[in-house]
Design a protein around this ligand. Structure first.
Ligand code: PLP
Length: 396
């Protein structure tokens, strides 16, 4: 006997990974330069020099200590360094006691949901959303409730969110800067969201957590990214170094339970319990110590900004409709037919790998990851022109 639910999850297709795998095969078949792979969010910018220097420095230390276990929530010095960084950067009274170091945003969110929700609860996500929110919510025994963002700005729809909150709601997950849309929630949006959540907490006599999923916090093109714990008391931040320091395969990030929550200590204890029960203890020690020394190293966004310019100018010239991105490295483009899956399939005829929006809980769009070589974007423009032409010919 095996667990049927887990079997089904393992067998369920993941469109992004499928498209990525298809791209690998296709590249081997006809040559990498002929494939325009916009499928996956793997940073194309190398990790900063400081990261490499820290790897070398850490590896040169006492070989027993380099590879030792740390306490389950992380090396105390690393937790302290992260708390200090939060205090320096945002002026929040952060303490090491509320920092849990773990393997990237994925484990941060899985742990947080397991810590704060009970089976039968509801978790709200704003669609389009990162697909794994559903997996992690369901693993915590909860149901994911999808509430569409407003269009065309893709900011949270406060009234719709208010309508979706019930006496089973435990948390709302937000992600700004956003994957897949690339929008950044404005301060006004977040203030309105916080006011609504506070009112709902009072009305229902129930705590509603705001889980702020922030792997793209530093990947912005001039936009202000408000610090969510300043705006809403019951906030838990899930942070990752995957994108900011270009370390996606190294699996490192942290949970920060806001010190402004009066019973933050109890919540943190539940986070430790969830981490323990899920097996996410003692994050990779080398990585803990490397990132602790690189917390103030700026993300290199210049290459993404240039890619954004080339892609948006090129697609606008061809007549594509998209959301102007203020952050992350994704472009949300309107499909040229209602069925985004069919559109993505047709794009493959021109070697364009575009992820259909259905994967993110929304119909009619595709996501383009532009964290790829600039030349790939430049060389893909004739393919986008042919794709547009193919649809024009259909209509003629
Ligand atoms: N949340 C969002 C919105 C993401 O885009 C990603 C990764 O792409 C994750 C979470 C997971 O990040 P990590 O690689 O740190 O587990």
């Amino acid at each position: 006997m095996i667990n049927q639910r887990m079997y089904e999850l393992g067998a369920a297709p993941n469109k992004i990974r499928e498209l990525f795998a298809y791209g690998m095969d296709r590249k081997a078949e006809i040559g990498a330069e002929k494939i325009f792979d916009y499928s996956i969010g793997n940073p194309s910018v190398p990790a900063p020099d400081e990261v490499l220097e820290q790897f070398q420095f850490q590896l040169a230390q006492d070989p027993v200590i380099v590879h030792e276990y740390t306490p389950s929530p992380g090396d105390p010095n690393v937790r302290q360094a992260i708390a200090d960084h939060i205090r320096r950067t945002f002026g929040t009274p952060a303490t090491a006691a509320n920092v849990y170091v773990t393997s990237g945003a994925s484990s941060c969110i899985a742990i947080t949901l397991a810590a704060i929700a009970n089976p039968g609860d509801e978790i709200i996500a704003i669609s389009p959303y990162f697909p794994e929110y559903k997996t992690w919510s369901e693993n915590a025994g909860c149901t994911l409730i999808e509430v569409p963002a407003t269009t065309p700005s893709f900011q949270p729809d406060i009234e719709a969110l208010a309508r979706a909150i019930t006496n089973k709601t435990s948390a709302l997950i937000i992600n700004t800067p956003n994957n897949p849309v690339g929008c950044v929630y404005t301060r006004a949006s977040l203030e309105a969201l916080s006011a609504m959540l506070r009112a709902k907490e009072e009305e229902l006599g129930r705590r509603i957590f705001l889980i702020s999923d922030e792997p793209y916090r530093e990947i912005v093109y001039g936009a202000d990214v408000p610090w969510v714990p300043d705006l809403y008391e019951d906030t838990i931040v899930c942070y990752s170094f995957s994108k900011s320091l270009s370390l996606p395969g190294e699996r490192i990030g942290y949970i920060y339970v806001s010190d402004l929550i009066p019973d933050a200590g109890d919540i943190f204890t539940a986070v430790c319990g969830a981490g323990r029960s899920l097996g996410y203890i003692c994050a990779p020690v080398l990585l803990q110590r490397v990132v602790a020394q690189c917390l103030d190293v700026p993300s290199d966004v210049a290459a993404y900004e240039e890619n954004r310019r080339i892609l948006t100018e090129g697609l606008a010239d061809l007549g594509y409709e998209f959301v102007e991105p203020d952050g992350a490295f994704y472009l949300w483009v309107k499909a040229l037919e209602d069925d985004a899956v069919a559109f993505s399939e047709r794009a493959k005829d021109f070697e364009l790998l575009l992820v259909p929006s259905d994967s993110f809980g929304a119909p009619g769009w595709v996501r383009l990851s532009y964290c790829i070589a600039k030349e790939t974007i430049e060389n893909s423009m004739p393919a986008f022109a042919k794709l547009m032409e193919a649809y024009a010919n259909d209509r003629a």
